[in-house]
Design a protein around this ligand. Structure first.
Ligand SMILES: Cc1ncc(C[n+]2csc(CCOP(=O)(O)OP(=O)(O)O)c2C)c(N)n1
Length: 563
């Protein structure tokens, strides 16, 4: 019973016990914040305290951790680092990842006296959190930490921020009568699986079964709910092709006969073509945002649609609906499958064949690039090799920009046990997020794909990876530039860039393998396509972090979305 086990303890003891009670295994931070709490963690728990090279990468690590294991990732910073941490929450917020950020804050005894390093940080957390609160009295530790976990994992998950009194959160040294009670239900996503209204399930099924050319668009909500198997079962029973958002890419294996690929902007042409041809789109666990719909061109607003989501505010936001179903994806899909009339599947035979022939055309169009022997290498060949060579339980972590385009469009998951996590827009996210993912799922191989511009951001974390034996494999698409920007600068220079224009998007040629070796990791330089598969094999077997530096063609540009 609440209050039954109250005893006099410090905030630090209470926090350490609560984090351990919630199953937190790693905390990512730059000191000095909650110093006493860190000492208590050592005395009372087995929590690893990962000291990083920047607050932003600490936030990304917590985010990668959360996305890999479904439990909140915890990151921390003292007052001067708070906004660096807030910046790193943007991707977690956009991707609906449950991250709990804790910072030091102002002390009522001295605020407004121009205290060294101090500003009011709280407003900066407002746009990137679901809950943004201050803890001034140590007696509030138990209920505020519980609320942080509760909000982070509930409904559509997302980041929360707690600011503790004192620039380093020194309130943790105070004592009070407290009970470090945890609610295990809120230790992971999803805490609840709300069941749908039967009538709404019926309406959605009626629409789906009456459609001649339906397609499912599965989003990150399917992955948060762990509903991939239920999604595939329904699609198979009713013979419905499945496209995914980038965030939902691992809800169906790319090699499944009903998979048409990632739809939207960072997408595969076949997915956009199939969704455009559809007479009914069934959105599941997707916000129907600009990225997934190529700014609402695929499908066009007005296309018949049904939508399933755990958040009622998402239902119908961008597409007027024939049916809306509120509930957890796994439960809704199970109910739909139970009530489905598989006899209607035969009416969609021609449509499924049409979708499959669109996919076949895509494979024919890109086969030569996916298997290209060109030197410098084509990024498509990297994607092709990753499809062929990654283990069945790999977690693939992908940066944004060109990396998101290449891997979203050209890479296929080959097993339902593989996971795919993508940057929701922040360049530089993938490498630290991959390290966090490894902490969250230490038994699984983690393979990061990033461009060189993305890798530069947090290259110092190679040292962190070595220090903590976070044995990830990082594949760097190294074209000594951010060449996704090439088209944009071609455009503003009227088609032909000046020599100086290259200053805007190119870098010095660097050997990342050598830099990684210097920091104690294994570095492998790949200059020709045949070297990549053996490099991956060696890297996956290594007992140290590995950076595979792949030298690629600066003129290789990913295909643009079709609409
Ligand atoms: C924080 C942040 N700043 C800027 C951008 C804009 N941006 C997107 S892709 C890109 C360049 C990507 O370069 P790289 O990772 O090397 O991949 P490449 O395009 O060379 O394949 C930039 C600057 C972004 N997405 N995020």
């Amino acid at each position: 019973m609440l209050g039954h086990n109250r005893r006099r303890m410090t905030g630090a003891e209470c926090m350490a016990d609560m984090l351990a009670g919630y199953g937190v295994t790693h905390v990512f931070m730059v000191p000095a914040v909650l110093r006493r709490t860190f000492a208590e963690m050592e005395r009372r728990t087995r929590i690893a305290r990962i000291h990083t090279h920047g607050e932003k990468s600490a936030a990304y690590m917590a985010d990668g951790y959360a996305r890999a294991c479904g439990r909140p990732g915890v990151c921390m910073a003292q007052v001067i680092g708070a906004l660096n941490l807030a910046a790193g929450l943007r991707d977690a917020y956009l991707a609906h990842s449950p991250v709990i950020a804790m910072t030091g804050g102002r002390d009522p005894a001295t605020k407004f006296r121009k205290v060294y390093q101090e500003i009011d940080d709280v407003p900066a957390f407002e746009p990137v959190t679901k809950f943004n609160a201050t803890v001034d009295d140590v007696a509030r530790f138990p209920d505020m930490v519980r609320q942080a976990f509760r909000v982070a994992v509930s409904g559509t998950p997302g980041p929360v921020h707690l600011q503790f009194r004192g620039n380093e959160g020194q309130v943790d040294a105070d004592e009070a009568e407290m009970e470090p009670l945890v609610e295990e239900q809120f230790a992971r996503v999803p805490p609840f699986r709300p069941a749908p209204d039967d009538a709404h399930v019926r309406a959605a099924l009626d629409a789906l079964q009456a459609a001649e050319r339906p397609v499912i668009v599965a989003g990150g909500g399917v992955r948060a709910s762990g509903a991939g198997a239920e999604l595939v079962a329904l699609a198979e029973a009713l013979a419905i092709p499945v496209a995914t958002s980038l965030n939902g890419k691992d809800s169906i294996a790319g090699t499944h006969p009903l998979s048409v690929g990632v739809v939207g902007s960072y997408s595969r042409e076949s997915a956009n073509r199939v969704v455009k041809e559809a007479d009914l789109v069934c959105f599941i666990g997707t916000e129907t945002g600009g990225m997934t719909t190529h700014f609402w061109a695929v499908p066009k607003i007005g296309t018949a649609a049904i939508q399933i989501d755990i958040n009622p505010e998402a239902l119908g936001r961008n597409y007027p609906l024939k049916a809306a179903v509120l509930g957890d994806a796994k439960i809704v899909l199970t109910r739909m499958h139970e009530a489905a009339d598989a006899g209607t599947a035969k009416t969609r035979k021609t449509w499924v064949e049409q979708a499959q022939s669109i996919c076949k055309e895509w494979h024919q169009k890109y086969r030569s690039l996916l298997t290209s022997d060109a030197v410098p290498m084509r990024p498509e060949r990297i994607c092709g090799e990753l499809t062929k060579n990654l283990p069945g339980d790999a977690i693939v972590v992908v940066d944004t920009g060109h990396a998101g385009m290449w891997m979203g469009g050209m890479y296929d998951l080959t097993s339902p046990r593989q996971s795919y996590m993508r940057s929701a827009g922040h360049l530089g996210w993938a490498f630290p997020a991959g390290l966090g993912a490894k902490c969250g799922a230490p038994e699984r191989p983690v393979v990061v794909f990033t461009g060189d511009a993305g890798f530069w951001y947090h290259i110092g974390e190679v040292e962190t990876a070595v220090r903590w034996r976070m044995n990830t494999v990082t594949v760097v698409n190294n074209n000594a530039s951010g060449n996704q920007s090439k088209r944009g600068f071609d455009r503003v220079y009227g088609g032909k860039q000046t020599e100086q224009a290259l200053e805007l998007w190119t870098y010095t040629k660097v050997n990342f393998a050598r830099i990684a070796e210097d920091m104690g990791a294994i570095g492998i330089r790949v200059e020709t396509p045949a070297e990549l598969a053996p490099a991956l094999e060696r890297a996956l077997a290594a007992d140290r972090p590995v950076v595979i530096d792949v030298v690629t063609d600066i003129d290789a540009l990913a295909p643009l979305a079709v609409s």
